[in-house]
Design a protein around this ligand. Structure first.
Ligand code: SF4
Ligand code: SF4
Length: 392
């Protein structure tokens, strides 16, 4: 099995967190953090493994509990490796402060923020250690976060208990001026057939909303639809397109142990260490690494002959592994969800096509769309600022 350069790495700087989200896969919250020496070793290791560039995402637990470490690592990397390493972060957003944003602005460090949707959705699951909901804290910070970067991604997880709030919650996120919503199911939850029916209803409502928004020229990205429309308009996904664990993407635990993906780290002790594929101090364990890559690329027997093969977003080896213990065994809930969602998405794509919606055609058929769209946004914002200055 041919291994490639590392392009993406998650750096788990702490196993601790100020929240206790019910669906968290990061394991028990313990005060174990990455040392500065291990963080520097990690950056040196990644710079050596990457070809031209590696995107390093600070992860946890909650990475902002270790902001002083993040600051030192970014500064060290700039000095030693120039622009070869780019930094990102996944955060629950509750610890964002002006000085954090100022540093991120200066160093071009962007982040995704976890916010599930409306207060009902968010507070049902995402609570502080003392059980208080965290919605108000994060909602208060959203304007400055989106001012810092209007393209900040909202990461949202759907659980059965709050599924009836799904459509209103997603609309709320876009109303708060997010443009990108990355959403996934909590596949480890107990989904009943009644929950799946409720989910179908909510997606159907959202398909109408998405159609209206695109027709009105509003640029929104909603991953459950966008990821699947892509295979309707373009080509099917191939192995490694959606999940390339242990190969071009890896995760590094606070100890410096390397794992195939963040989902394998958990508390990085005892039973979990068997998933490690090396350390940043001693390098990759080639055999272990190749084993995980081969398993992830292996043909999924249960999908053979399925008309949705290559279209559904099931190539996530980590999701399979967590639910079934095998990287190539797709759990039934993933399959059920794809079969329910795909007809809704296909109907939506057909309607957008037949109605000749310009933004839809640009988004899915113009290769230069990301760049042309960005330039367009910059011009609009410049014009708006000028108008505001003149009236002010
Ligand atoms: S904020 Fe993230 S790391 Fe913390 S408990 Fe929630 S999901 Fe886990
Ligand atoms: S719908 Fe199910 S069987 Fe078909 S490709 Fe997706 S996971 Fe496999």
């Amino acid at each position: 099995m041919q291994t490639g350069p590392v392009k993406y790495a998650a750096l788990c700087v702490t196993h601790n967190c100020n929240l206790r989200c019910r669906y968290c896969y990061a394991g028990a919250k313990v005060d174990r953090r990455m040392t500065l020496q291990t963080a520097k070793h990690s950056v040196d290791f990644l710079a050596a493994q990457a070809h031209d560039k590696c995107i390093v995402t600070f992860f946890g637990g909650e990475p902002l509990l270790e902001f002083p470490l993040i600051r030192e690592v970014v500064e060290y990397s700039r000095r030693e490796h120039g622009n070869k390493i780019e930094f990102r972060m996944n955060t629950n957003g509750t610890l964002i402060k002006p000085e954090v944003l100022a540093f991120f602005k200066e160093t071009g460090t962007y982040f995704a923020v976890s916010v599930d949707g409306s207060r009902e959705q968010h507070d049902a699951i995402r609570r502080f250690a003392d059980e208080r909901g965290s919605y108000d804290r994060i909602a208060a910070k959203l304007p400055e976060i989106l001012e810092f970067n209007p393209y900040t991604i909202a990461v949202s997880v759907i659980v059965p208990e709050t599924v009836t709030y799904l459509a209103s919650g997603v609309q709320d996120l876009f109303a708060r001026r997010f443009r990108y919503v990355l959403q996934t199911l909590d596949y480890s939850a107990g989904w009943t057939s009644a929950d799946i029916s409720a989910l179908r209803e909510q997606y159907t409502l959202l398909a109408e909303y998405y159609f209206a928004k695109l027709r009105a020229g509003k640029k929104i990205y909603y991953s459950p639809f966008d990821e699947r429309i892509k295979t309707w308009a373009q080509k099917p996904y191939g192995p490694g397109d959606l999940c390339d664990l242990a190969n071009s993407q890896i995760a590094i635990a606070a100890s410096g142990r390397i794992y195939p993906c963040v989902q394998f780290i958990s508390t990085d002790d005892g039973t979990f260490q068997q998933n490690a594929i090396g350390t940043v101090h001693d390098g990759f364990d080639a055999q272990r690494r190749e084993y995980f890559i081969a398993e992830n690329y292996r043909d999924k027997e249960s999908c053979r002959g399925c008309p949705l093969y290559g279209r559904c977003a099931t190539y996530c080896g980590c999701v399979n592994w967590r639910a079934t213990g095998s990287l190539s065994q797709v759990p039934p809930i993933v399959c059920e969800h794809e079969r329910m969602l795909m007809p809704i998405v296909d109907k939506l794509a057909n309607k957008l096509w037949k109605n000749n919606v310009t933004l839809f055609k640009r988004k899915f058929y113009e290769r230069t769309f990301p760049v042309s769209s960005y330039i367009e946004d910059c011009l609009i914002s410049r014009r708006k600022n000028r108008a505001e200055n003149q009236t002010g």
